[in-house]
Design a protein around this ligand. Structure first.
Ligand code: 26Q
Length: 832
């Protein structure tokens, strides 16, 4: 392996360091330390060594990236473009070492240089460029795309500040800014030469051109420049290396200082500041209206840059515009990038002078849309006045798309005015709004949900009329997660046991884990399985002690719920159960019950008061339970602060029980459920999202099921749900709610949790009380099952064995075959 940049510097590096190096990689690290970092070994900090190592790994990837790009430039190669406002890629060093198959080499080189690889891995800041599931899914898909050797580009925004860091003070969530770029990002390649202008505001003018065609000119009030910042995405054990291209906003440098008087100069600088704020910060979900204009501007900004970039590549290939949809498939990751439908039309019509019909045909063949939510309040809409003032020309195009589309609807459903209103891209029921899901659906040739149940419900609810009109457009692609990061990297000891037991074919074909089933009853294998899980729990216990001061027993059942905090995910149902268990132990101190450690993690949107109150409640319970000596350590409650990808690495492999307890019909898929399953946790869950398929795969006997079905939820709500009646009819539930109301978990403060208790008793929109009794009964079955360690281990093994379906490799294969018609392209570094 030759490191392109390193070679010239080797001698210099060795001379400067006064060391004799033993490997080319060691040379590379030294030369990066000296020539890129401008440090010499004697004074270099850990951070310097981390950077030097990262740059050396990056150099290897860039050699593969160059080989890949060269091949992708061919006319007949189709590229999958994944458009997403979020990419939650997690720490990169460990994953890149894994995918390059060079961890041992790097460990040895760093050891020779006097450094411990694990300590260097630990100091990496993760790019938190996403909120949760949707952003992490995009990252898993990039890993699978590269591993499956699919030419692909991830397109998004280079937020300077990603998702906030979470601290817990006095039991409350406190947000602090994410400073992931403070020490520099060694994985990023900024490309000032790949940049595009994006227009905002202003007005449009129509004119007839020389050929007698009507042309529209958008005279923007302001333009912003987008600059490409690339991060290499290396496939596992292949030479394919794709990129994640994130756009950073900059001011256009068109003004000439000479021409300005002082006033204009300051205005110009101010303009620069405004332009640069565009890619400043990621919006948390569930944020209320405020600041929305910037959010729409962000979406249009990254979408326009990405589409212009695709057109640039098309031109570079020398292909004609009518081939566009054969060169690119563009996936809309939820509606966040769906303004792309209007923007591609604009680029094709206004800038490439295509006819409407030709442009529309290309647009629809290019886009496909993935929906990630059924919650009506989460469906994206934009008020017309805002849209009009920010994006006047795209709005005109949306009107025209709508006019033509509604004509089709009327033709197909004569006289059905209600249907026309429902399907319109413009909601006219109150303040007029653009409905982004309708725009994405109409502008795409394929629409998919993210789990079987979700895709079904999608067709029955939010997109019903569209599914009736275009049934062939609707399909399901159940989500998946990458086994590289979430098994090989974070549970390497288990991965080695798997290699030893069933061979390493599972690493690129997770379905082969099925072969584990034959070992589920083998006591020696079970012992090895348990020993590894025990070690993982001990490692997590150490981190818990470190971050919270709480001592937990690795022998206890680790019962874990980590995900964004949201009422529909029902962390408070879990909390109510914990209180009822605690009360049982208080009433009966000798109760023979399995020791449990309840672990929570997750961020609440800063503006979501109820979610923040749930965090406070969990911490209030933890304070009481953890300090109650009479429990003799049989129960512990932990809120693990700042749950993110990095912390997830320690959490998933240490779970015995995975809590997937959302109200049926509300969680589109869930992906944490899959991460737990792959690592051998058992699931307690409702029939929601991908839980349904997890249970099908694992077998009903290896899954703890409880709760109302989506249909029952619907019926109960229709019949008039009265939550207070459930409290009346259940002593444990009433008692638990009373305890909260009485201030037991708020140091006597009876007001603190009033909004939560009142909401549950009076509204309970997510049927927490209706599902409580069945949840408790199910938890009792869990405790019972835990008593039989062999049986539990068997179930744990069976869960891993049957988790093959939930690999993102399977999901990406489905996208490639059924939606994108993209094919693997073999890259060979040696041949390039
Ligand atoms: C929208 C408008 C303004 C500001 C923020 C947002 C916004 C941002 C992020 C809305 C939603 C999100 C994220 C949604 C999300 O993560 N959805 C999850 O997607 C996963 C992957 O498909 C599923 O597994 C989860 O079930 C789903 O909740």
């Amino acid at each position: 392996m030759s490191d392109v940049n390193a070679v010239d510097f080797d001698a210099k590096a060795r001379a400067a360091s006064g060391q004799a190096t033993e490997s080319a990689f060691e040379d590379a690290v030294l030369s990066n330390l000296i020539c890129r970092q401008a440090r010499y070994p004697d004074i270099a900090t850990q951070q310097d060594w981390y950077m030097a190592l990262a740059y050396s790994v990056r150099d290897r990837m860039l050699a593969r990236w160059a080989a890949s790009t060269k091949v992708y430039a061919a006319k007949d190669v189709k590229v999958a473009c994944y458009l997403s406002a979020e990419f939650l890629i997690g720490p990169q060093l460990g994953n890149n070492l894994l995918n390059l198959d060079m961890e041992a080499e790097a460990r040895e080189a760093m050891r020779a240089l006097g450094h411990d690889l694990d300590s260097l891995l630990a100091i990496e800041e993760e790019p938190g460029l996403g909120n949760g599931g949707l952003g992490r899914l995009a990252a898993c898909y990039l890993d699978s795309l590269a591993t499956l050797q699919i030419p692909a580009i991830g397109y998004g925004i280079r937020y300077e500040f990603g998702i906030f860091d979470q601290e817990i003070r006095d039991g409350w969530q406190v947000e602090t800014t994410d400073k992931w770029l403070q020490k520099g990002n060694p994985w990023e390649i900024v490309r000032p030469d790949v940049s595009f202008y994006v227009s905002f505001a202003g007005h449009t003018e129509s004119e007839t051109d020389a050929d007698g065609r009507l042309r529209v000119r958008w005279i923007p009030r302001r333009q912003v420049k987008g600059v490409a910042c690339d991060m290499p995405m290396q496939g596992y054990r292949v030479d394919s290396c794709n990129i994640l291209r994130l756009w950073k906003s900059e001011a256009v440098e068109s003004f000439d200082f000479q021409d300005f008087n002082a006033g204009e100069y300051y205005e110009a600088v101010e303009e620069k500041v405004v332009s640069e704020t565009l890619s400043k910060v990621l919006y948390p979900n569930d944020e209320p209206e405020a600041g929305k204009r910037l959010r729409l501007a962000q979406q249009y900004f990254f979408v326009s840059c990405s589409l212009q970039d695709m057109l640039r590549m098309m031109d570079a290939k020398g292909t004609s515009i009518d081939q566009f949809a054969d060169l690119f498939a563009a996936q809309l990751n939820d509606t966040h990038p769906s303004v792309a439908v209007a923007e591609l039309m604009r680029l094709l019509i206004d800038e490439r002078l295509l006819s409407w019909d030709a442009a529309w045909d290309i647009t629809r063949r290019t886009f496909a849309y993935t929906n990630h939510t059924l919650l009506p309040e989460a469906l994206e809409t934009w008020g017309l006045p805002l849209f009009q003032s920010l994006l006047p020309r795209p709005l005109e195009i949306i009107y025209e798309i709508n006019r033509r589309f509604l004509d089709d609807v009327r033709r197909q459903y004569p006289g059905d005015d209600e249907r026309v209103k429902r399907m319109s891209l413009i909601d006219e029921t109150g303040d007029r709004k653009v409905r982004m899901a309708n725009l994405a659906t109409v502008g795409s040739h394929a629409v998919n949900g993210v789990a079987a149940l979700h895709s079904d419900l999608l067709k029955q609810t939010v997109l019903r009329d569209f599914a009736a009109m275009f049934p062939e457009h609707f399909l399901n692609v159940t989500n998946g997660v990458t086994p590289r990061r979430f098994l090989m990297l974070s549970n390497s000891r288990l991965a080695r046991l798997l290699d030893k037991t069933i061979g390493d074919g599972w690493r690129t074909d997770l379905a082969r884990l099925d072969a584990l089933a034959a070992h589920a009853d083998d006591t020696a294998f079970q012992d090895a399985w348990r020993a590894i899980r025990r070690d993982n729990k001990t490692a997590l216990a150490a981190r818990i002690r470190n971050s919270t001061g709480i001592d937990v027993d690795p022998g206890a059942l680790f019962d874990i719920q980590v995900k964004r905090i949201h009422e529909y995910k029902r962390q408070h149902l879990n909390a109510l159960y914990i209180i009822s268990l605690y009360r049982r132990l208080c009433r009966n101190p000798d109760l023979d019950t399995a020791p449990r450690c309840f672990i929570f993690g997750g961020k609440a949107a800063p503006g979501y008061a109820m979610a923040k109150l749930i965090i406070r409640l969990i911490n209030g319970i933890a304070e009481v339970v953890n300090n109650d000596a009479s429990l003799k350590g049989r129960m512990k409650v932990v809120f693990y602060p700042d749950f993110n990808v990095k912390n997830g690495h320690w959490i998933y492999p240490a779970a015995d029980l995975s809590e997937q307890i959302s109200t049926a019909g509300k969680e589109a898929s869930g992906t944490g459920n899959m991460k737990f399953m792959i690592n051998g946790a058992l699931t307690i869950g409702t029939l929601d999202g991908a839980n349904v398929e997890i249970r099908e795969e694992a077998g009903a006997e290896n899954f703890f099921l409880f709760g109302l079905t989506a249909q029952q939820v619907d019926e109960l709500k229709r019949a008039g749900y009265r939550p207070a009646e459930y409290a009346q009819g259940n002593d444990e539930l009433r008692d638990a709610l009373d305890q909260i109301a009485q201030g037991r978990f708020s140091r006597g403060d009876k007001e603190m949790f009033r909004p939560l208790v009142d909401n549950l008793l009076q509204h309970d929109p997510f049927l927490v009380l209706a599902d409580f009794a069945d949840y408790v009964a199910c938890q009792d079955r869990v405790s019972e099952a835990w008593r039989d360690a062999r049986q539990w281990t068997r179930m744990s093994i069976m869960n891993s064995a049957r988790s093959g379906k939930f690999s993102s490799d399977r999901a990406i294969r489905e996208y490639c075959e059924r939606i994108w018609t993209t094919h693997p392209v073999r890259i060979d570094l040696a041949q390039s």
